[in-house]
Design a protein around this ligand. Structure first.
Ligand SMILES: [Zn+2]
Length: 250
C-alpha cells in the first residue's frame, strides 16, 4: 500500500512494498491457499515463468496426428533404490546410464515421481494418479518428461515392492541395493501425445517436451490411496494452451 502525499514527491520505498522478492531461496509454495498455484508466479522473481504462456499441465484435446513422429526409443538400465519424500511428491532418483531419444536428441533419466490425481487431463477427464519420468539433455539442459496415467485395477508390481518403504516425512529418504527398472512403469502401447510446456512445479521453467502416453497402467486402489496419503493432493490445475498444438503419435 502506498500513500501519495504530493504529486511531485517520489517515494522509492512505496515501489518496494509491492516488489516481488528477487531470491527464491527459502520460498515456500503449496497446492492451495496463499502460496497456491495461482500465486506461484508472484512468490519470487525466479518463479515468474509460472505466470507464463507455455505452461503445464494442460487438458489434452484436439490433438493433431503427425506422421513425422516416431516411437520414443528407450534405453533403460536398472537402478538401485533411492526414494525421496521432498515434501511435494514421492520421488525415485534414478542411477545414471538410462536415457530416451527424442527427435534425435538423447535425454538422460534423472528421476520419476507421482501426482495424485493426474495433472494432465484428456478431453477434460482426470485419472487417479500420473507418474512423471524426468529426462534431461546434457547439452541444452532441456527436459523431456514422459507422463503415464494410472487407473485403478491390478496391483503395480514396482509399487508393491516399495509401498511400505515410501518415506512419510519431508526430506526423508529410503535407499537400498534392490534394483528395478523404470520400464516397468511404461504401458505396452507406444502411442503418445506431445507438446511444448513447462515444469508443473515452481520454477515452472518452460523447457519441457512433454510426452504423455495414451495407454494407461494400473495400480490397486490401496496403492494409489497410500501414495495420495503421503503426498496429499499434489496436482497443478491445467493451464491455457495459448495457441499451442498438441501432436499425436499412434
Ligand atoms: Zn511432475
Amino acid at each position: 500500500m502506498c500513500l501519495f502525499l504530493g504529486s511531485v514527491v517520489f517515494f522509492p520505498s512505496c515501489k518496494d512494498d509491492d516488489k516481488i522478492p528477487e531470491s527464491c531461496d527459502g520460498i515456500h509454495w503449496e497446492y492451495e491457499g496463499e502460496d497456491g498455484p495461482s500465486h506461484w508466479g508472484e512468490l519470487c522473481v525466479g518463479y515468474e515463468d509460472c505466470s507464463g504462456s507455455v505452461q503445464s499441465p494442460v487438458d489434452i484435446k484436439g490433438a493433431v496426428a503427425d506422421a513425422t513422429l516416431q516411437a520414443i526409443a528407450k534405453a533403460y538400465a536398472t537402478s538401485k533404490t533411492n526414494i525421496l519424500n521432498n515434501g511435494h511428491t514421492i520421488q525415485f532418483n534414478y542411477d545414471s546410464g538410462s536415457s530416451i531419444t527424442v527427435n534425435g536428441l538423447q535425454y538422460d533419466l534423472l528421476q520419476f515421481h507421482f501426482h495424485t490425481h493426474s495433472e494432465h487431463l484428456v478431453n477434460g477427464a482426470s485419472h487417479p494418479m500420473e507418474v512423471h519420468l524426468v529426462h534431461k539433455n546434457a547439452a541444452s539442459g532441456n527436459l523431456a518428461v514422459i507422463g503415464v496415467f494410472f487407473e485403478e485395477g491390478a496391483e503395480n508390481a514396482l509399487l508393491a515392492h516399495y509401498l511400505e518403504h515410501l518415506p512419510a516425512g519431508h526430506d526423508e529418504t529410503y535407499t537400498s541395493d534392490d534394483t528395478y527398472t523404470a520400464a516397468d512403469l511404461l504401458p505396452a502401447g507406444t502411442g503418445y501425445y506431445t507438446y511444448s510446456g513447462s515444469l508443473t512445479t515452481p520454477p515452472c521453467s518452460e523447457i519441457v517436451t512433454w510426452i504423455v502416453m495414451k495407454d494407461h497402467i494400473t495400480a490397486s486402489h490401496d496403492q494409489i490411496h497410500h501414495i495420495e496419503e503421503l503426498e496429499h493432493e499434489n496436482f497443478r490445475p491445467v493451464q491455457d494452451l495459448a495457441g499451442r498444438t498438441i501432436k499425436s503419435f499412434n
